[in-house]
Write a protein that binds this ligand. Structure first.
Ligand code: ZN
Length: 303
């Protein structure tokens, strides 16, 4: 079997994005579906995505999963915003498709993609935050992905920025986590409070673009919370490049990031804060699936 291509699948809280990817990170064919509400339906959609993209030149599969995973067992713990929890996820996919399968946290996958072929290429110390339905994080340190003991790390969205603060999202039982303050879901909640039940994060950004001061103030407040997290992460990991991606993060960049960077510079210490550069993700919504494909190639090369 040839190993020139891999299928990368980015399992998001809202959408499943899959694609056939070359070793250079070029996406050749794509597939997109809505993320279903149950695990059984989710497996039907994941299988359909792979079946539709599968050709003879595909040598491996990679999955970016929006929650903690175990690289040793191939298991997926309960994801916060997506209906999946399966201790045999990787084995199940390997049995179903008969080729090597790699898995990673979805934000780790996006970070790997931006590091290899995107906004942080050529940089050995990278931190990425994906600001979407949830808040994901990925870290490259010393030219290698940082994954913790089993691969469950790094869950940067679930650090506490407000002690005993707002309940977190989805199935997370924590309080005051960064994710509860800065995601598209948090933006929609704030938009509804200010503009009524029909408002959402998209409308909030549109209003800000049109000059609405209330919308701009809400987005700046989200930015200040994000900046608290960014400053803390810069102090811990000393990245040289801090990449912001995710649907909401990119869409709201103009209104969120000035406030975020201001607070980041207040919270981070020297020399870290002087050396880090905050940049917009370059690969857009494809980052997750491209990174999942790189994880697939990693599994293929180790098999
Ligand atoms: Zn949480």
């Amino acid at each position: 079997m040839s190993s020139t291509h891999a299928i990368g699948v980015d399992l998001g809280g809202t959408k499943i994005l899959a694609g056939v990817v070359t070793r250079d990170g070029e996406v050749l064919r794509r597939h997109e579906r809505a993320t279903p509400k149950t695990q059984d339906e989710l497996y039907v959609e994941l299988d359909a995505a792979v079946d539709e993209l599968m050709t003879d030149d595909v040598g491996a599969l990679g999955f970016g999963i929006p929650g903690p995973i175990d690289q040793l067992t191939g298991g997926v713990y309960e994801a916060v915003n997506t209906p999946i929890a399966d201790p045999h996820f990787r084995g199940r996919m390997h049995e179903r498709f008969g080729i090597p399968v790699g898995i990673d946290n979805d934000a780790n996958a996006a970070c790997i993609a931006e590091w290899k072929v995107g906004a942080a290429r050529g940089v050995d110390d990278v931190l990425m935050l994906t600001v979407g339905t949830g808040l994901g994080g990925g870290v490259i340190t010393g030219g290698k992905p940082f994954r913790g003991a089993t691969g469950a790390g790094v869950e940067l969205g679930h650090v506490v920025i407000v002690h005993d603060g707002r309940p977190c999202q989805g199935r997370c039982t924590g309080r005051g986590h960064l994710e509860a303050y800065v995601t598209g879901v948090a933006a929609t909640a704030a938009a509804q409070e200010a503009f009524g039940p029909a408002a959402d994060a998209h409308r909030l950004v549109r209003l800000a673009n049109e000059g609405d001061e209330t919308a701009r103030a809400i987005l700046a407040d989200i930015g200040r919370h994000l900046g608290s997290g960014m400053g803390s992460f810069v102090n811990i990991f000393e990245p040289r490049r801090l990449v912001i991606g995710g649907g909401f993060g990119i869409a709201a960049w103009e209104w969120v990031m000035p406030a975020a960077e201001e607070i980041m510079h207040r919270e981070a210490l020297r020399p870290m804060r002087d050396e880090v550069r905050v940049v917009r993700a370059e690969l857009g919504t494809a980052a997750g699936l491209i990174g999942a494909a790189f994880v697939a190639f990693e599994a293929l090369d180790e098999s």
